[in-house]
Design a protein around this ligand. Structure first.
Ligand code: PGA
Length: 244
Protein backbone atom coordinates (compact mmCIF):
# COMPACT_ATOMS: atom_id res chain seq x y z
CA UNK A 1 0.00 0.00 0.00
CA UNK A 2 1.47 3.35 -1.02
CA UNK A 3 1.96 6.05 1.59
CA UNK A 4 -0.62 8.86 1.63
CA UNK A 5 0.82 12.07 0.22
CA UNK A 6 1.23 15.12 2.43
CA UNK A 7 1.56 18.82 1.73
CA UNK A 8 5.16 18.65 2.84
CA UNK A 9 7.28 19.18 -0.31
CA UNK A 10 5.24 17.09 -2.70
CA UNK A 11 7.15 15.94 -5.77
CA UNK A 12 5.43 14.85 -8.96
CA UNK A 13 7.65 13.21 -11.56
CA UNK A 14 6.16 13.41 -15.05
CA UNK A 15 8.12 10.94 -17.17
CA UNK A 16 6.06 11.76 -20.27
CA UNK A 17 7.25 9.30 -22.96
CA UNK A 18 10.97 9.68 -22.26
CA UNK A 19 11.77 6.23 -20.86
CA UNK A 20 12.08 2.63 -22.02
CA UNK A 21 10.46 0.04 -19.74
CA UNK A 22 13.87 -1.02 -18.40
CA UNK A 23 14.76 2.53 -17.43
CA UNK A 24 11.31 3.11 -15.92
CA UNK A 25 11.73 -0.01 -13.77
CA UNK A 26 15.20 0.91 -12.52
CA UNK A 27 14.16 4.48 -11.79
CA UNK A 28 11.06 3.27 -9.91
CA UNK A 29 13.22 0.82 -7.95
CA UNK A 30 15.45 3.70 -6.82
CA UNK A 31 12.55 5.63 -5.23
CA UNK A 32 12.08 5.47 -1.48
CA UNK A 33 8.50 4.33 -0.74
CA UNK A 34 8.48 6.68 2.25
CA UNK A 35 9.09 9.74 0.10
CA UNK A 36 6.35 12.20 -0.81
CA UNK A 37 6.55 11.41 -4.53
CA UNK A 38 3.96 10.68 -7.22
CA UNK A 39 5.35 9.14 -10.40
CA UNK A 40 3.58 9.60 -13.71
CA UNK A 41 5.09 7.10 -16.15
CA UNK A 42 4.07 6.46 -19.75
CA UNK A 43 0.50 5.13 -19.96
CA UNK A 44 1.83 1.91 -21.46
CA UNK A 45 4.05 1.29 -18.42
CA UNK A 46 1.57 2.40 -15.78
CA UNK A 47 -0.22 -0.89 -14.94
CA UNK A 48 3.00 -2.89 -14.93
CA UNK A 49 4.82 -0.45 -12.64
CA UNK A 50 1.82 -0.04 -10.32
CA UNK A 51 1.73 -3.81 -9.83
CA UNK A 52 5.50 -4.21 -9.46
CA UNK A 53 5.86 -1.28 -7.02
CA UNK A 54 2.69 -1.29 -4.88
CA UNK A 55 4.34 0.92 -2.26
CA UNK A 56 4.82 3.84 -4.65
CA UNK A 57 2.23 6.40 -5.72
CA UNK A 58 1.54 6.52 -9.46
CA UNK A 59 -0.44 8.90 -11.65
CA UNK A 60 -1.79 8.52 -15.16
CA UNK A 61 -0.74 11.27 -17.59
CA UNK A 62 -4.32 11.79 -18.71
CA UNK A 63 -7.78 10.31 -18.29
CA UNK A 64 -10.80 9.77 -20.52
CA UNK A 65 -13.32 12.59 -20.87
CA UNK A 66 -15.83 10.28 -22.56
CA UNK A 67 -16.50 7.94 -19.66
CA UNK A 68 -15.38 6.98 -16.17
CA UNK A 69 -16.39 3.35 -16.65
CA UNK A 70 -15.58 0.08 -18.39
CA UNK A 71 -17.17 -0.30 -21.82
CA UNK A 72 -16.83 0.06 -25.58
CA UNK A 73 -14.42 3.02 -25.64
CA UNK A 74 -11.47 2.05 -27.80
CA UNK A 75 -8.27 3.78 -26.82
CA UNK A 76 -9.66 5.46 -23.69
CA UNK A 77 -8.34 5.37 -20.13
CA UNK A 78 -11.38 5.59 -17.86
CA UNK A 79 -11.15 6.31 -14.14
CA UNK A 80 -12.58 2.84 -13.38
CA UNK A 81 -9.55 1.21 -15.02
CA UNK A 82 -7.15 3.38 -13.02
CA UNK A 83 -8.97 2.35 -9.85
CA UNK A 84 -8.83 -1.26 -10.91
CA UNK A 85 -5.03 -1.18 -11.13
CA UNK A 86 -4.67 0.80 -7.89
CA UNK A 87 -3.69 4.13 -9.48
CA UNK A 88 -5.11 7.00 -7.45
CA UNK A 89 -3.94 10.09 -9.38
CA UNK A 90 -4.02 11.51 -12.87
CA UNK A 91 -2.60 14.58 -14.54
CA UNK A 92 -5.20 16.50 -16.52
CA UNK A 93 -4.88 19.50 -18.83
CA UNK A 94 -1.10 19.32 -19.26
CA UNK A 95 0.11 22.02 -21.67
CA UNK A 96 1.40 19.37 -24.08
CA UNK A 97 -2.11 17.89 -24.27
CA UNK A 98 -3.69 21.32 -24.55
CA UNK A 99 -1.47 22.19 -27.50
CA UNK A 100 -1.21 18.78 -29.22
CA UNK A 101 -4.38 16.96 -28.22
CA UNK A 102 -6.94 19.78 -28.10
CA UNK A 103 -7.55 19.62 -24.34
CA UNK A 104 -9.52 22.70 -23.31
CA UNK A 105 -11.59 24.07 -20.43
CA UNK A 106 -14.54 21.83 -21.32
CA UNK A 107 -12.61 18.59 -21.57
CA UNK A 108 -10.55 19.40 -18.47
CA UNK A 109 -13.67 20.15 -16.44
CA UNK A 110 -15.32 16.95 -17.67
CA UNK A 111 -12.24 14.97 -16.71
CA UNK A 112 -12.25 16.59 -13.28
CA UNK A 113 -15.82 15.43 -12.69
CA UNK A 114 -15.09 11.93 -13.97
CA UNK A 115 -12.12 11.75 -11.58
CA UNK A 116 -14.38 12.78 -8.71
CA UNK A 117 -16.98 10.14 -9.44
CA UNK A 118 -14.38 7.40 -9.08
CA UNK A 119 -12.24 8.90 -6.33
CA UNK A 120 -9.20 9.67 -8.47
CA UNK A 121 -7.21 12.71 -7.29
CA UNK A 122 -6.64 15.10 -10.20
CA UNK A 123 -3.41 16.97 -10.83
CA UNK A 124 -4.81 19.89 -12.82
CA UNK A 125 -2.30 21.84 -14.91
CA UNK A 126 -2.89 25.52 -15.53
CA UNK A 127 -0.67 28.26 -16.93
CA UNK A 128 -0.32 31.18 -19.26
CA UNK A 129 1.40 31.58 -22.64
CA UNK A 130 4.36 33.90 -23.11
CA UNK A 131 2.08 36.23 -25.05
CA UNK A 132 -0.31 36.44 -22.08
CA UNK A 133 2.58 37.35 -19.84
CA UNK A 134 4.00 39.95 -22.24
CA UNK A 135 0.57 41.53 -22.46
CA UNK A 136 0.39 41.43 -18.65
CA UNK A 137 -2.90 39.54 -18.71
CA UNK A 138 -1.47 36.33 -17.21
CA UNK A 139 -3.26 36.67 -13.86
CA UNK A 140 -6.61 37.15 -15.59
CA UNK A 141 -5.93 34.21 -17.89
CA UNK A 142 -5.15 31.98 -14.92
CA UNK A 143 -8.23 33.13 -12.98
CA UNK A 144 -10.35 32.47 -16.07
CA UNK A 145 -8.92 28.95 -16.46
CA UNK A 146 -9.65 28.21 -12.81
CA UNK A 147 -13.22 29.54 -13.02
CA UNK A 148 -13.94 27.49 -16.11
CA UNK A 149 -12.60 24.31 -14.58
CA UNK A 150 -13.75 24.63 -10.99
CA UNK A 151 -17.12 26.38 -11.11
CA UNK A 152 -19.86 24.18 -9.64
CA UNK A 153 -17.14 22.07 -8.14
CA UNK A 154 -18.32 18.76 -6.79
CA UNK A 155 -18.67 18.35 -3.06
CA UNK A 156 -15.89 16.10 -2.07
CA UNK A 157 -13.44 15.42 0.67
CA UNK A 158 -10.92 14.41 -1.98
CA UNK A 159 -7.69 16.30 -2.53
CA UNK A 160 -7.11 18.47 -5.59
CA UNK A 161 -3.60 19.15 -6.83
CA UNK A 162 -3.05 22.22 -9.00
CA UNK A 163 0.17 22.47 -11.01
CA UNK A 164 1.05 25.99 -12.07
CA UNK A 165 3.04 25.45 -15.26
CA UNK A 166 3.65 28.52 -17.41
CA UNK A 167 3.62 27.11 -20.97
CA UNK A 168 6.79 29.01 -21.80
CA UNK A 169 8.69 27.41 -18.89
CA UNK A 170 7.90 23.77 -19.76
CA UNK A 171 10.97 22.13 -21.28
CA UNK A 172 12.70 25.43 -22.03
CA UNK A 173 15.13 25.90 -19.14
CA UNK A 174 13.54 29.31 -18.52
CA UNK A 175 11.84 29.97 -15.18
CA UNK A 176 9.69 32.79 -13.88
CA UNK A 177 11.17 34.88 -11.09
CA UNK A 178 10.26 33.77 -7.56
CA UNK A 179 8.18 36.92 -7.18
CA UNK A 180 6.28 36.08 -10.38
CA UNK A 181 5.50 32.57 -9.12
CA UNK A 182 4.40 33.94 -5.74
CA UNK A 183 2.10 36.40 -7.47
CA UNK A 184 0.39 33.51 -9.28
CA UNK A 185 0.20 31.37 -6.12
CA UNK A 186 -1.62 34.18 -4.34
CA UNK A 187 -3.98 34.58 -7.30
CA UNK A 188 -4.74 30.85 -7.47
CA UNK A 189 -5.45 30.56 -3.75
CA UNK A 190 -7.64 33.66 -3.82
CA UNK A 191 -9.55 32.55 -6.92
CA UNK A 192 -10.23 29.10 -5.50
CA UNK A 193 -11.35 30.26 -2.06
CA UNK A 194 -14.77 28.71 -2.77
CA UNK A 195 -13.30 25.23 -3.11
CA UNK A 196 -13.64 23.19 0.09
CA UNK A 197 -11.36 20.37 -0.97
CA UNK A 198 -7.83 20.17 0.34
CA UNK A 199 -5.79 22.04 -2.28
CA UNK A 200 -2.16 21.29 -3.03
CA UNK A 201 -0.35 23.79 -5.21
CA UNK A 202 2.84 22.82 -7.04
CA UNK A 203 5.03 24.57 -9.60
CA UNK A 204 6.19 22.88 -12.84
CA UNK A 205 8.41 23.94 -15.74
CA UNK A 206 12.19 23.46 -15.99
CA UNK A 207 12.62 22.37 -12.36
CA UNK A 208 16.23 21.31 -11.72
CA UNK A 209 18.66 20.64 -8.86
CA UNK A 210 19.71 24.30 -9.04
CA UNK A 211 16.26 25.80 -8.50
CA UNK A 212 14.31 23.07 -6.62
CA UNK A 213 15.22 24.16 -3.09
CA UNK A 214 14.15 27.72 -3.72
CA UNK A 215 10.91 26.61 -5.36
CA UNK A 216 9.71 24.27 -2.61
CA UNK A 217 10.36 26.98 -0.05
CA UNK A 218 8.26 29.63 -1.77
CA UNK A 219 5.37 30.83 0.35
CA UNK A 220 2.13 29.00 -0.45
CA UNK A 221 3.77 26.38 -2.67
CA UNK A 222 3.46 22.71 -1.62
CA UNK A 223 5.92 21.20 -4.06
CA UNK A 224 7.10 20.79 -7.64
CA UNK A 225 6.22 18.90 -10.80
CA UNK A 226 9.37 17.76 -12.60
CA UNK A 227 9.50 16.62 -16.22
CA UNK A 228 12.77 15.87 -18.00
CA UNK A 229 15.04 16.15 -14.96
CA UNK A 230 13.05 13.44 -13.18
CA UNK A 231 13.88 10.91 -15.90
CA UNK A 232 17.62 10.90 -15.19
CA UNK A 233 18.52 9.00 -12.05
CA UNK A 234 21.45 11.28 -11.12
CA UNK A 235 19.59 14.51 -11.78
CA UNK A 236 16.52 13.27 -9.92
CA UNK A 237 18.68 12.25 -6.94
CA UNK A 238 20.33 15.68 -6.90
CA UNK A 239 16.91 17.35 -6.90
CA UNK A 240 15.68 15.19 -4.01
CA UNK A 241 18.90 15.95 -2.11
CA UNK A 242 18.55 19.68 -2.78
CA UNK A 243 14.97 19.65 -1.53
CA UNK A 244 16.07 17.73 1.59
P1 PGA B 1 10.03 20.03 -17.67
O1 PGA B 1 8.52 19.57 -17.82
O2 PGA B 1 10.39 19.85 -16.21
O3 PGA B 1 10.78 19.11 -18.57
O4 PGA B 1 10.09 21.47 -18.07
C1 PGA B 1 7.58 19.95 -16.87
C2 PGA B 1 6.23 19.44 -17.23
O5 PGA B 1 5.97 19.02 -18.33
O6 PGA B 1 5.34 19.45 -16.42
Amino acid sequence: MARKITMEKLIIANWKTYLSIDKAISLSASIDPNSNIIISPSMIHLAFLAEKFPNLNFAAQDISYITDNFGAYTGETPAAILNDIGVKYTIIGHSERRSNMLDNAITVKTKLNLCASKGITPIVCIGESIKDREQKIHLDVIAQQLHEIFHNIYDSDKDIIIAYEPFWAVGTGVLPLSSEIEEVITKVRKTLNFVDNRLFLVYGGSVSAENAYNLVNLDGLDGVLIGKASTDIEQFRSILKAIG
